[in-house]
Design a protein around this ligand. Structure first.
Ligand SMILES: Nc1nc2c(c(=O)[nH]1)N[C@H]1C(S)=C(S)[C@@H](COP(=O)(O)OP(=O)(O)OC[C@H]3O[C@@H](n4cnc5c(=O)[nH]c(N)nc54)[C@H](O)[C@@H]3O)O[C@H]1N2
Ligand SMILES: Nc1nc2c(c(=O)[nH]1)N[C@H]1C(S)=C(S)[C@@H](COP(=O)(O)OP(=O)(O)OC[C@H]3O[C@@H](n4cnc5c(=O)[nH]c(N)nc54)[C@H](O)[C@@H]3O)O[C@H]1N2
Ligand code: SF4
Ligand SMILES: [Mo]
Length: 909
């Protein structure tokens, strides 16, 4: 039960709903948040999908559905502080302004930097960019979108002259072929996945091709899976261009009227022979041909792509190779057609629009364009304007390390975990004379290095706009009051600007004033010379902003029909690109064999996401529901590699690259290919002993975009030879967990801890190291010398039915049903006889073992689903009927489907 002081205060009375937007992925789902009271009057927030929001029409995924569980104040950063001592806002902001001013005075504007995030709102982003580029006069502002979208931005600008996503989500529903390249939609953009699944159910003719080295859950939707070799994408799409030419599938009219450079691009592509393509992609001639034929024959084709494309040394080239095929067939900007780069973060797109990248200017204007610079400077009435690119993310931290940057403000991102070579980032921040961090939580791996900590408003408290993957701008609204001294990111930025001497330009009293200025700038001297124009809102009043409905840009002053905006604008069906001659540019792409990993690092490390966690887990790990699906950092290893490197199932594995090593749980599966391993990016020092995968990833960058290649690092794996393995659950966490391997996760009523030691441990010490408890205080114990199995359980001294902790120790990976064990903390153990059962490590015979949790909404486990399949429930719907699994958010449907196919075979035997 949460302490009263940790319960957030709502702005609205019970029952009054706020329409807002989900703070997680770039799908940008509309959310209805309503305070509700239970019988004791305890307030919580009910979360539903907004049926009227055009991104999700009422749907939400597992993360969105669990938002209500993340808004409590447990673990929140609530006061500003300086060097660890609590401070007040006035002193703190003045100190930040003075330090930045002093540094600039002594070392010039490029000695300071802002590193911001696709998780701040457009208004926050707009003022940060305005301050750095127009008033400080440096372009040293970059964002974690560099790690995420930069290759797509670069690819768009090369081809279209501007960073435009041509189509909309509707195109996915109208398409006859959807090609998913390097996108695990089922887990990363679940509501888009569900929209495609629904369309496919209605129109089984809609075909889906998945291009991904791994067989992800998204494969459940695919008619064809191309398990491509890492970075084989340029070859695949270059070959496709040649195929389209050879088979007369080109739209010559489109090429002639609206594009340049086709011949050069085609020439380059045709240098590749089929053998080259086979070699670079690792696919068979048959697979390649099947895909090429499908693409060639299907007019209504959308190619959706994300990090398997962007996060690569050839990221920008991959984007170009894909766009080339769409331009060559004229399949762009028309219903059901187009290249479609989907964004990761809720406001990755907004950040691009406000010019949050070190090489862009506000409102899709160019830093290199003098007219644009003059326009922006005059509009802002700014004393200066940055004239050349600033340091991009990785370079920015290199400059912090070298001392060129001496003061940095990090806002809403965790670079110590998420940048490549993250140990070097740590070292850089440790040395940096002045580090400011704005965050919503008290403990992160980055905030450890802050001289100044600024508490920010979190989702539910903050207010402003975000833009999703399809260019739709939605209002993210507050429904909770600001806790303690937390303030909005835009306010922090503006106050520092004022203290730096720029009072007039940052004197906003309200977030809507920022939006209004931003909208006005987008339209200023535009006249369709720039794609981004939301001039319809150039005069928006505060009350109109309050009720702003989701809208798609562009929305110019002329076209606006405010109040009833039905815009489904697509770009480029009739050319009209934003290059000087208004024609698109084909880009010649040289497909090269991806570098073979070195002899000493023979495996290709791929990294990415899991279904129920968000990045560095600062919010998703607060909820037991979202922590149930994957409770530990892991490494997926192909069975043959497991054999080769002597890795046992559920053992601990050390993954080492040229720059670092981590220790995670081994998960042996043929979902990854032989020669490749996969580790998720989520686990930080806050949740595991040594699971930060970016310690392994070297700063290898795409040459055009500066985006890191997170998906192809040479590594070696070896077993961590543990003599003692263990699993524990506890109501209260000890201050510290001491073990060479540990990982912790929330469960209902407490925590679960996995651990391992290289040597056999003295039991008393082990218990102190893991749980901070005394062995002698255990109420039940079991020690078996022959098997080496040891188990201890502690009950509450006053309330004997309440279990406080249990620990299970063994010389091999502990075989205890985790889903059963985590329920023990929230069960009343009335019968003293029953209590002894706990040391058996599994439910009593009449209670079946659920198995690993698959449906996190209803806590349904894999064994339960498998049993239901064997009893004849062989469709996802039937499983939903009998177990409820998959009937709320639907995020687990593809996993259920997989369990069905695995067990149907068994049932049939
Ligand atoms: N659950 C969840 N959802 C999220 C997020 C989260 O943290 N958790 N984060 C959000 C953010 S910021 C982002 S950027 C998106 C990312 O969304 P995605 O891009 O879908 O996610 P990733 O898991 O990073 O990578 C996608 C796939 O690329 C594949 N891949 C790797 N190398 C290659 C290659 O060379 N070629 C091809 N074709 N594929 C390759 C990987 O195997 C992986 O399955 O997700 C967003 N949604
Ligand atoms: N190996 C590997 N590394 C990767 C990737 C990968 O695929 N593989 N993907 C990359 C990608 S695409 C991304 S987007 C990044 C993500 O990486 P990060 O941006 O570092 O991860 P987050 O956990 O989202 O960090 C957001 C931080 O902001 C805080 N926060 C949340 N809301 C607010 C707010 O409103 N204001 C403020 N001030 N703070 C807030 C959170 O508590 C958290 O500490 O990781 C990148 N790193
Ligand atoms: S798909 Fe899920 S995480 Fe993404 S915006 Fe929608 S509810 Fe949020
Ligand atoms: Mo991202």
């Amino acid at each position: 039960m949460l302490e009263q002081s940790l319960v957030p205060k709502t702005l609205n009375p019970v029952g009054e709903t706020t329409k807002t937007t989900c703070p997680y992925c770039g799908v940008g789902c509309g959310v209805l948040a309503t305070p509700v009271a239970d019988e004791q009057g305890k307030i919580s927030i009910d979360i539903k999908g907004d049926p009227d929001h055009p991104s999700n029409f009422g749907r939400l995924c597992s993360k969105g559905s669990a938002l209500g569980e993340t808004v409590d104040l447990d673990g929140r950063l609530l006061y500003p502080s300086i060097n660890g001592a609590r401070s007040d806002w006035e002193t703190t902001l003045k100190l930040v302004a003075d330090k930045f001013n002093d540094t600039i005075k002594k070392h010039g504007p490029d000695s300071v930097a802002f590193y911001v995030s696709g998780q701040i709102l457009s208004e926050d982003y707009y003022v940060a960019n305005k301050l750095m580029k127009g008033f400080i006069g440096s372009a040293n502002i970059d964002t974690n979108s560099r790690l995420c979208m930069a290759s797509s931005v670069a690819g768009h600008k090369k081809a279209f002259g501007t960073d435009t996503v041509p189509g909309t989500y509707e195109d996915l529903e109208h398409a006859d072929l959807i090609v998913l390249v390097g996108s695990n939609l089922a887990w990363c953009h679940p509501v888009i996945y569900q929209r495609i699944a629904a369309a496919k159910e209605q129109r089984p003719n809609l075909k889906v091709v998945l291009v991904d080295p791994r067989r992800t859950m998204t494969n459940d939707l695919a008619d064809l899976h191309l398990a491509i070799r890492p970075d084989g994408d340029c070859a695949l799409f270059s070959g496709l261009l040649t195929h389209l030419e050879n088979n007369k599938n080109l739209d010559q009219n489109y090429i002639d009227n609206y594009t340049n450079g086709f011949d050069v691009a085609l020439n380059m592509a045709s240098n590749l022979s089929l053998e080259n393509i086979i070699e670079q992609t690792g696919l068979s001639a048959d697979e390649i041909n099947q895909f090429y034929t499908m693409f060639a024959e299907t007019q209504k084709t959308v190619t959706v792509y994300s990090q398997g494309v962007n996060q690569s040394v050839s990221g920008t080239d991959k984007v170009s190779a894909i766009i080339n095929c769409h331009l060559a067939t004229g399949r762009i900007g028309k219903i059901g057609m187009g290249p479609f780069s989907i964004t990761g973060q809720p406001n990755a797109m907004g950040g691009r629009e406000v010019g949050g990248l070190a090489n862009t200017l506000a409102c899709h204007m160019d830093l290199e364009n003098e007219d644009h610079r003059n326009l922006v400077q005059t509009f802002w009435d700014a004393p200066t304007i940055a004239t050349s690119q600033g340091a991009k993310a990785v370079e920015m931290f290199d400059k912090v390390a070298s001392g060129d940057i001496k003061a940095i403000w990090i806002m809403a991102t965790n670079p110590v975990d998420s940048l490549p070579n993250s140990s070097a980032v740590e070292a850089a921040l440790e040395k940096c004379p002045f580090v400011v961090v704005s965050d919503v939580v008290e403990h992160t791996d980055t905030i450890r290095y802050a001289n100044v900590k600024l508490p920010a408003l979190a989702w539910g408290e903050k207010d402003g706009t975000v833009t999703n993957s399809e260019r739709r701008i939605s209002h993210q609204k507050a429904f909770l009051s600001a806790p303690s001294e937390a303030t909005s990111d835009w306010w922090q930025m503006c106050e520092v600007a004022k203290h730096m001497g720029f009072a007039t330009a940052f004197n906003y009293t309200n977030v809507s004033e920022i939006f209004k200025e931003y909208a006005a700038l987008s339209a200023h001297q535009n006249n369709d010379t720039r794609d981004f124009d939301i001039g319809a809102y150039a005069d928006i009043a505060n009350d109109e902003y309050e009720t702003l409905k989701p809208f798609l840009w562009p929305l110019t002053k002329d076209t606006a029909q405010k109040g009833n905006i039905i815009s489904n604008h697509r770009f480029f069906a009739q050319g009209n690109f934003y290059t000087t001659d208004r024609k698109a540019r084909f880009i010649a792409v040289e497909a090269k064999q991806s570098e073979v990993t070195e002899f000493s690092f023979p495996l290709a490390l791929n990294t990415g996401r899991v279904r129920d966690h968000w990045h560095t887990m600062t919010r998703t790990a607060k909820t037991p529901r979202l922590s149930a699906h994957m409770a530990e950092p892991f490494c997926e290893i192909h069975p043959k590699d497991a054999q080769k490197y002597k890795i046992q199932e559920a053992g601990i594995v050390e993954v080492e690259s040229a720059i670092g090593a981590i220790r995670v749980r081994a998960l042996i599966t043929d979902r990854v290919q032989e020669g490749a391993v996969f580790v998720p990016l989520h686990w930080t020092d806050q949740y595991a002993s040594n699971g930060r995968v970016d310690k392994l990833v070297p700063p290898v960058l795409d040459p055009f975009s500066g985006q890191p290649a997170y998906k192809n690092t040479g590594v070696i794996i070896r077993p961590f030879e543990a003599k003692t393995y263990g699993f524990a659950i506890c109501r209260e966490l000890p201050k510290e967990i001491n073990a060479p391997y540990w990982a912790k996760a929330k469960c209902i009523g407490g925590w679960r801890i996995e651990f391992a030691f290289a040597k056999k441990q003295d039991t008393s010490n082990l218990i102190t190291n893991i749980l901070g408890l005394k062995k002698d205080d255990a109420n039940i114990s079991f020690e078996d010398e022959t098997s080496g199995i040891e188990r201890f359980v502690w009950f509450n001294k006053e309330q004997a039915h309440q279990m406080e902790a249990a620990i299970f120790v063994a010389p091999t990976p502990v075989e205890v049903s985790r889903s059963w064990a985590v329920d023990l903390l929230s069960t009343r153990h009335e019968d003293p006889q029953e209590r002894f059962r706990i040391i058996a490590g599994r439910p009593s015979q009449d209670v079946p073992d659920k198995g690993a949790i698959v449906c996190s909404c209803f806590f349904v486990g894999a064994n339960e689903i498998a049993d239901a399949v064997k009893a004849g429930n062989i469709s996802v719907q039937a499983i939903g009927k009998c177990l409820n699994a998959g009937t709320n958010c639907g995020s687990c449907k593809s996993e259920i489907s997989q369990i069905i196919s695995e067990n149907q075979a068994i049932a049939a035997e």
